[in-house]
Structure formats: C-alpha cells, structure tokens
Design a protein around this ligand. Structure first.
Ligand SMILES: Nc1ncnc2c1ncn2[C@@H]1O[C@H](COP(=O)(O)OP(=O)(O)OP(=O)(O)O)[C@@H](O)[C@H]1O
Length: 264
C-alpha cells in the first residue's frame, strides 16, 4: 500500500479548473421528493438542483437519510411522492445508463479484477479495440495493473474500493453517485480514491458524494447539502457551509456536538 502513497503523491496532478458558477441548466433536479417506509416519512419534501460538472457533497448525522436520497436520485428506490428529473425529463433507464454508483461495501463478481472491468463494459455493449483501450486506461488510473489477474474477492478493502471506482468510471458516466466511498479506508487508500474522484470531475463527470469527513468535503466539494431528519437543513457552497453553517443542525454536527435538535 505504501507504493500507492508514493506514486500518487509524486504524480503531477492536472489543475482543477473549478467552475464556481452555476449558470448552466441543472443536470438533475428533485422536486418534493418523499420516501416512506415502515410507516415513517424518511425523506421529507426534498428539492434540489445538481449542476453539471460539479461535485456536491451530502453530509448529515447517521440516519438523516443520505443513502436513501442517493438511491432515490439514482433510481434504485421509487419515491413515495415527488419526482427526479434528468435534463428536464423524468429519470428513465436511458438516463440511468449515463450514471454509475459506488457503494461503501462494493460487491465484486467472483472473477478476476480484469474480468470485473470487462463485465462492466460488456453490459454496456463496449467491445473490441474500444474495450481494450478503456480497460488499459482505467486499470492504470486505478493502479490495478499488478492486481489485474487476481480474484477480485481476495483484494484488500482499499484495493476493492479502487476496483469499484474503476468499474464505475470505465463506462464514462455523466454522473457518479458515491456512498461513503472511503468510510473504512486508511489515509493512503482514501487519497487514492479522492484522486480518482478528482480525475473524474476534471474530465466533466458530475459527482454526488456522501461523506462524514469534513476534510474530504472541503477537499472535494463545490456544493454541500446538509440533511437532518430526511430534510435539507442547509445547502450552499461547501466552504461556506463548513466554515459558517447557518442551520442549528449543521452547527451542532460540525461543531462536534452529539445531540442535534429535531427542528433545524
Ligand atoms: N427500508 C427501510 N425501512 C424502514 N426504515 C428504513 C429503511 N431504509 C432506511 N430506513 C431508515 O431511514 C433512515 C435513513 O437511512 P439512511 O440509510 O438513508 O441514513 P444515512 O443518513 O445514510 O445514515 P448513515 O450515516 O448511518 O449511513 C434510518 O433511520 C434508517 O433506519
């Protein structure tokens, strides 16, 4: 793993031309989004706009609804009320083909690293020379060259997460959903994943990432959505929310207080 640290820290990183304006039309919107389960309203009337090319961080206490929101936006769950739109139209299978999601605990096929990547391409109909090109590029980006013939299931947690990111990125998604992608990783593996996220963002992929790590939110985020009890307590430029939170919920959580009032 130390090899990864050295390689990445010495790498010449492309400058991120961060667009701080949101003059473009949103890529994705949610309006009045609600989700009920077990007789409870778990997501409660969320409105949001996700602009193309930006990295939006979702933060909030355990159980505040971050994973549910991500699943609703990616179409893995059907809202009880409200709607998700992609480029102004209801989310449909064609739109979902342009998206990818990485979970905190990735599920790997019982095949080699390379076969996991090839499978992701084959389900999208990418074959031949194009498949070889993407496989080579993505394997290098994720620093998986030395591991490509290993069974995916024997990889370490950090290596598996790099493979999960590679599998998502190999299909060149327009939007990438990341649910706590570095939650159980050490600093070196976290850094490797963050570099992959930055690379994706620099090449135009729109990112929505759930994290509990304020440092990560600051490093990666353009915008920040703070959830509390299934509602948006606060949203704004990431640095502004982190430095000067306005809602009681974000103030309490970012200030390290254990109990957050139920009314934001
Ligand atoms: N299918 C379900 N049925 C009932 N309750 C559910 C269901 N799915 C999620 N919940 C509840 O909804 C709330 C929000 O869950 P969610 O997983 O979105 O939280 P989270 O903000 O991602 O939390 P964490 O930071 O712990 O991952 C939790 O209280 C959870 O127990």
């Amino acid at each position: 793993m130390s090899e990864v640290v050295v390689n990445i820290s010495e790498r010449k990183r492309a400058p991120l031309a961060r667009a701080r304006t949101t003059s473009t039309a949103p890529l994705m919107t949610a309006r009045g989004l609600c989700f009920d389960a077990g007789g409870q309203r778990l997501i409660d009337g969320i409105d949001l706009d996700i602009h193309p090319g930006r990295c939006t961080v979702i933060m909030g206490a355990n159980g505040s609804g971050k994973s549910l929101l991500l699943r609703l936006l990616h179409g893995l769950l059907t809202p009880t009320k409200g709607e998700v739109n992609w480029q102004g139209h209801p989310l449909d299978p064609a739109a979902r083909q342009q998206q990818a999601m990485v979970f905190q605990r990735p599920v790997m096929l019982r095949r080699s690293v390379a076969a996991n990547l090839r499978f992701a391409l084959s389900v999208r109909g990418v074959r031949g020379a194009e498949r070889k090109r993407r496989e080579g590029e993505t394997t290098a980006l994720a620093r998986l060259d030395a591991l490509k013939d290993k069974p995916a299931r024997v990889l370490s947690g950090g290596e598996q997460q790099r493979l999960a990111m590679a599998r998502a990125l190999i299909c060149a998604p327009r939007m990438l959903f990341l649910d706590e992608p570095t939650a159980s990783l050490d600093p070196a593996s976290t850094q490797a994943i963050e570099h992959m996220i930055e690379d994706a963002r620099a090449s135009g992929t729109t990112i929505l990432v759930v994290t509990h790590d304020a440092g990560q939110a600051r490093r990666l985020g353009d915008d920040l959505i703070f959830l509390h009890d299934g509602q948006v307590a606060e949203t704004g430029p990431a640095a502004q929310v982190l430095d000067n939170p306005q809602s009681q919920a974000a103030q309490a959580w970012l200030g390290g207080r254990l109990f957050v009032p139920t009314t934001p």
